[in-house]
Design a protein around this ligand. Sequence first.
Ligand code: PPS
Length: 461
Amino acid sequence: MAVSSEEAPLLATATATAHIRVLTHAKPSAPGGSSGGSDGKETQAAAKQRELQSSTNSWLWTLTLLTSLLLAACTRAAHQRGKGAARVQLQPQQQELTPFEQQLYGCRTFKSQAVPYINTSASLSVLDTHTAEQRRQAENFTAAVAACSDFACLRQANQLPRAPGQFRFPHFFVIGFPKCATTSIYCHLIQHPQVQYAKEKESHILQNKCGRQLANCSLEVQREYLVEILNLAEVAQAQMTKAAFDGSTHYVMEGEWLAQQVAQELPWVKMVVSLREPISQSLAMHLHNLSHNRTASCWDENERRVYACLVDALEEEKRARYGPKLAQWMAAYPRERLHILQYEALVSKQLMGGVLGGLKGFLEVDPHLPSDTLPLTNWKHMRGNPDAVGRYWNMTRTEYEHVVELARRNTYEVIKLLGQHGHADRDGKVGWMRNWDRVWQSNLKDNCEEGPQGNCKIVVS
Ligand SMILES: Nc1ncnc2c1ncn2[C@@H]1O[C@H](COP(=O)(O)OS(=O)(=O)O)[C@@H](OP(=O)(O)O)[C@H]1O
């Protein structure tokens, strides 16, 4: 579930390298080579002309080579200065990319897409308008946070006054659910000038390395988490004008202990959760597992029938039965520090801009940057031929109606919580149910044959 990496395009140096390679092929062959004449003999005039042409070609070749190198150097310099087009066509080897560029590289929908250029120092411009007093505050706050490598130190430092545009460290987490567009959310946010990418999108360190006791987490692990993973040094370099975050999407499932403990150890952190229509989330997870050769006994490989797996997933609290886990986070985090997204609204063309704006407003960053569009990343269900596993899922109408019943029960649990904790008013709750109901109805109407045993080819939201 980490940001995927593929082979592909980058930097101007490669463009130059490619030029050089082409030119090398065009380089005139040595005198006496096969290009001379078909019988291997030359008249004196022909030999003279060939010599002249050869030296002209050599000059031209050298000139073109120098121009290419100069162009490459200029493009690189413009890139470093943060000038030039918003999107730079980058071409060379993946190993030449910076860690940030590697993440952006994995954020593309298609391999043919260019890696976007991001002006990583743009957030610093807020300092230009600071008063002398605010500048002093900004420096003090930065120095205090930068000196920390554990949670206790951060709790002290984060109490200091901040100048406008500065964020506490870390500022937020995207805690799940898996298969609910969390990678795309991550990719959208790291392109925001006020957001700091993490060295690992999903380190899951708090869950895996702290023995379920954040207060007793070793100082070494705390340092690794804050400095190596969340990039404290880069944030300090940006004078805390960037919001650092953790994108570990399994945290949501650890709510029973993690919610309270993060609230105690890092009490300022904001949480973001995304929820997808439960049947679709389960199917996407199932496809993910299949693609990693993890097959469950519930999966009927030959008949490609997934019904039994869906029943399990919709019953299980750590999977598509969101309510109990959500309740644990809601108990630990008031509305102002917990933001809940509905995947179907987030990925809808009409609603996407507003939903993203709401998320960025919650995170206190410019809601219009980097764009109003969520990229499509980490996608699986539309791959392969129309009959490939994951394009649709076979089950009878009766089976689908049963899993819809379970998903509807799960939805009521979620909606009740949204209302109780101030995340949705009446209209919000109705809208939430409508978006998921639409997925079920469209499958029943468009993808199922008539009658209880009629076959359905269920597609995900
Ligand atoms: N912009 C946009 N529009 C539509 N759908 C989108 C978008 N971004 C991500 N997705 C879908 O989200 C699924 C991947 O979710 P995650 O990144 O959270 O998965 S993971 O848990 O990190 O592996 C994955 O779903 P499946 O294709 O069903 O697997 C993606 O297709």
